[in-house]
Design a protein. Sequence first.
Length: 394
Amino acid sequence: MQSPFRNKEDVRQQNDYHHKELMQYPAVYGNKSSKSLWSKSITIRKIAVFSVVVSFLLYVLWGTINVTVVDSTIGTLPDDSNRNRINELQLVCNEVFTDNRDFIQNQPRKNYDTLPVIYFVTPTYPRREQAPELIRLAHTLLHVPRIHWILANDYNACNAYLDGFLVKLGLPFTHLASPMPEFYRKKKPMPRGVANRRGAIQWIRQRNITNGILYFGDDDNTYDLRLFSEIRETQRVSMFPVGLIEEYSVSGPIVKKGKVVGFLDSWVAERRWPVDMAGFATNLAYLAEHSNASMPYKPGYEEDLFLRSIKLNLNIIEPKARNCTEILVWHTQTKTRERATLRISNKYLDDRSNLGGLIKSLDAMGVASASDNEGQRTVISKNGKARPLSYFLS
Ligand SMILES: *[C@@H]1O[C@H](CO)[C@@H](O)[C@H](O)[C@H]1NC(C)=O
Ligand SMILES: *[C@@H]1O[C@H](CO)[C@@H](O)[C@H](O)[C@H]1NC(C)=O
Ligand SMILES: *[C@@H]1O[C@H](CO)[C@@H](O)[C@H](O)[C@H]1NC(C)=O
């Protein structure tokens, strides 16, 4: 039953992800050549190869320009020593420290002013499910006082949709573009989310934030609001069970007399700290004491190696969630699917109907796009009869 890698759904799925990712946000990249181009004739093949090479060169060139922008942004942050630069490709897209909410859980915001801030780090990556996952998570976080959402996107540019989305929420936030280095994209399985979390740690260091709580909250989890009051009390490192993990449907500490003595997790694999990313929180003062703190690019071992890097030992772990008897966070996950291409002639995407606006929204969120000659022919129906678009829009 034990696989050489952590038997997570996402580890299994992530390997077919990279080429799809480049197809996301086509407003930025433009539409790439389709698979069908490869089958017809040799001439077409040559054209296809040529266009792929050209797009690749443009992509590389564009990447280089971006790296320059990234570096200049980083250069403006304090404490920019090499030691702290554990994510070289990072771009700080936006950061907002003001909280624009008037009330949180029926209390005025100022009632919470003395609480430590929770830095909630969410690695995310372009995919069809990205926008709905983040919308759902955002509506949990809106109920949480004193929170700073660090949203780190695995993409080498700042995404305008995500930025607008974050600004409108009114939460304090940092939007990072923290692409996985190309080298790791070729690995199977890919160490997904690592560049993002490294980017967040780097940002916290560069901003010299040594007060508050660090929590790694992925975008495909479900969070009970009680989790936030529990982790806010973290002195050094707290731990608690996570639901829906692997074979046991749970992963978490075993607690005896209020002390953590071992771990319940179906995938041991010599991990000293066999816990889920969502199963622990770290006090930033404790993190700051460990200048070697890092998260290596090793799929399945990210939690273990991070916790080793901050010199964790069993005696200092603070069990939460009623001595680890309750589940306050769930690894829900969403069914993943490739984003859709609707074959709709561009001439129907004008202001005669909502169609143009609708497709534009879906496109910005990386959910679906329209194409003149690719994808499934799109029909519209009325009274149970499918009709071509021209029936309604000419
Ligand atoms: C970081 O904060 C600490 C304590 O608040 C302060 O002593 C130190 O000078 C700061 N460092 C930088 C680089 O801002
Ligand atoms: C956890 O267990 C310890 C030791 O049995 C006990 O003193 C403490 O009250 C428990 N904590 C909670 C929140 O139940
Ligand atoms: C950090 O790592 C370096 C190199 O591995 C080591 O020499 C140093 O002692 C470590 N520092 C701490 C505080 O653990």
